[in-house]
Design a protein around this ligand. Structure first.
Ligand SMILES: Cc1ncc(COP(=O)(O)O)c(C=O)c1O
Length: 383
C-alpha cells in the first residue's frame, strides 16, 4: 500500500474531527447573517460572541480585545499599516527572519515613505539580539512599534515575549507579535505579558483555513482596516465567517485543554527524530537552534542534508514519490524558486549550498513515520 506521511504541520494542520463537527452543525443550522436582528441572525451572533469569549479566556483578555480576521497575513498587515496610519508610528523595528506577511508589509511602508524600518540583529541560532533591540529603542526619540514573531515558522526559534514586552514598555514603544506559530502550542497570558497587538491563525492549530484573530489591547486608538459595515466594532467590516470562527474557537479550546499532554507527545517525537537523524546521518546540520529543545519550538526541525549537489534537486521529488510531505524552507515558499530569506540569514556559508528541509509535526504523527522518513532519507543519500 502507498504510504502517506504528513510532516508539514507548520504550513497547515489537519482539522480535528470535533472541529469539523461543530462547523458542520453551524453550516447547516446557523446560517443567519449575524448582523440581522431576527432570530436566525441573533443565533449566529450568539455563536460568534460565545467564540470570542472563549478565545479571550485563553489569553486572559477581554472579549472586546479579540477581532476576527481572515488569518495571520491580514492581522500582520493590519497592525503595521494601522499603527503607522493611526498612532503616529515613525519607526518600525523588526527582524530579517519574519514571515513575508511582515517583511513585505514593512517594505511597503518604506517604499511609500510612511515609516523608517530598522532590523534588529539576529544570530545564527535565529535568536533576536535583545541588547541590540534595547539600543535601537533608544537610538532616537521617534515613536516606535516593535514587530517580532513569537515562534519562527522556518527554524522554530522562540522569542522571549516577556523580555521584549518589558523593553518596549520601558522605552514607550508599542509591541506587536506575529504569534501564528505559537498560539495553540504555547499558553500566552496577555495580562502578564504586555503585548499590544498579536496575530493568530486557526489553521496552525487544527482549525480551519481563512480565519484568524487579532488581539488589540483596549483603547489602542486603531481605526478601521477594512471599511464597510459595523462588524467587529467597525474595525474589520464584512459578514463574519461564522462556521470558521466557531471552528477556530473549538480548535483552540481543545488545543489548550490538552496542551501539556500534546506538547509532551510532539516534543518526544521531535527528540526521537533528532536522535535518529543524528545517528543515521552524521553529516546532517540542524538549522538555527532547532535541535535545542529549550529555545526552539517542539513542533519542527529544519535540517541541511549531506546530499551531493548533483542529487540535491531530486530530493524533494524523491520524498514526494515516497509519500512524505515536508517543506523546502518555509511552506509559503513552496513552488517558488526563490530560496528562504530566513535560512539565508542564519545558515553558515558551508551549509548554504546543501538542500534544507523542514519537517513539522503534530499529534497525528508517530515514531514509526519518523523511522520511515529516516530510512527514506538514508537510502536516497546512499544510493
Ligand atoms: C509566522 C507566520 N505568520 C503569518 C503567516 C500567514 O498566516 P495565514 O496563512 O493565516 O495568512 C504564517 C503562515 O505560514 C506564519 O507561519
Amino acid at each position: 500500500m502507498e504510504r502517506s506521511v504528513y510532516f508539514d504541520n507548520a504550513a497547515t494542520t489537519p482539522l480535528r474531527k470535533e472541529v469539523v463537527d461543530v462547523m458542520h452543525d453551524v453550516l447547516l443550522n446557523t446560517y443567519g447573517n449575524p448582523s440581522s436582528t431576527h432570530s436566525f441572525g441573533r443565533s449566529a451572533k450568539t455563536q460568534i460572541e460565545t467564540a470570542r469569549k472563549s478565545i479571550a479566556r485563553h489569553f486572559n483578555v477581554k472579549p472586546q480585545e479579540i477581532i476576527f480576521t481572515s488569518g495571520g497575513t491580514e492581522s500582520d498587515n493590519m497592525f503595521l499599516q494601522c499603527a503607522v496610519r493611526d498612532l503616529g508610528i515613525q519607526t518600525v523595528i523588526t527582524s530579517k527572519i519574519e514571515h513575508h506577511a511582515i517583511i513585505h508589509a514593512v517594505d511597503f511602508l518604506v517604499e511609500h515613505n510612511l515609516a523608517q524600518v530598522i532590523y534588529v540583529k539576529t544570530n545564527s541560532d535565529g535568536m533576536v539580539d535583545y541588547e541590540d533591540l534595547d539600543r535601537l529603542l533608544v537610538a532616537d526619540d521617534s515613536k516606535k512599534l516593535v514587530s517580532l514573531m513569537h515562534v519562527n515558522n522556518e527554524i522554530g526559534s522562540i522569542l522571549d515575549l516577556k523580555r521584549v514586552s518589558n523593553s518596549c514598555k520601558s522605552h514607550n514603544a508599542l509591541f506587536h507579535t506575529d504569534a501564528v506559530q505559537g498560539v495553540g502550542h504555547y499558553s500566552i497570558d496577555l495580562e502578564k505579558v504586555q503585548i499590544d497587538f498579536l496575530s493568530a491563525a486557526a489553521h496552525k492549530f487544527h482549525g480551519p483555513k481563512g480565519v484568524g484573530f487579532s488581539f488589540i489591547r483596549q483603547n489602542s486608538g486603531l481605526n478601521p482596516f477594512i471599511m464597510g459595515g459595523s462588524q467587529e466594532r467597525g474595525l474589520r467590516a464584512g459578514t463574519e465567517s461564522v462556521h470558521n470562527i466557531v471552528g477556530m474557537a473549538k480548535a483552540l479550546e481543545i488545543a489548550y485543554s490538552k496542551l501539556e499532554e500534546e506538547q509532551g507527545y510532539i516534543r518526544d517525537l521531535k527528540s526521537y527524530a533528532i536522535s535518529q537523524l543524528k545517528s543515521s546521518l552524521p553529516g546532517i546540520h540542524f538549522n538555527g537552534c532547532c535541535s535545542d529543545l529549550e529555545h526552539s519550538t517542539f513542533t519542527l526541525i529544519n535540517v541541511a542534508l549531506p546530499v551531493q549537489k548533483s542529487k540535491a534537486e531530486l530530493l524533494n521529488f524523491h520524498l514526494d514519490l515516497k509519500g512524505i510531505s515536508c517543506s523546502k524552507g518555509s511552506a509559503c515558499q513552496s513552488g517558488s524558486l526563490k530560496g528562504s530569506h530566513v535560512l539565508d540569514q542564519v545558515l553558515p556559508q558551508e551549509h548554504k549550498s546543501k538542500p534544507s528541509l523542514r519537517f513539522s509535526f503534530s499529534i497525528f504523527n508517530t515514531k514509526e513515520e519518523i523511522d520511515y522518513l529516516v530510512e527514506t532519507l538514508c537510502s536516497f543519500i546512499e544510493e
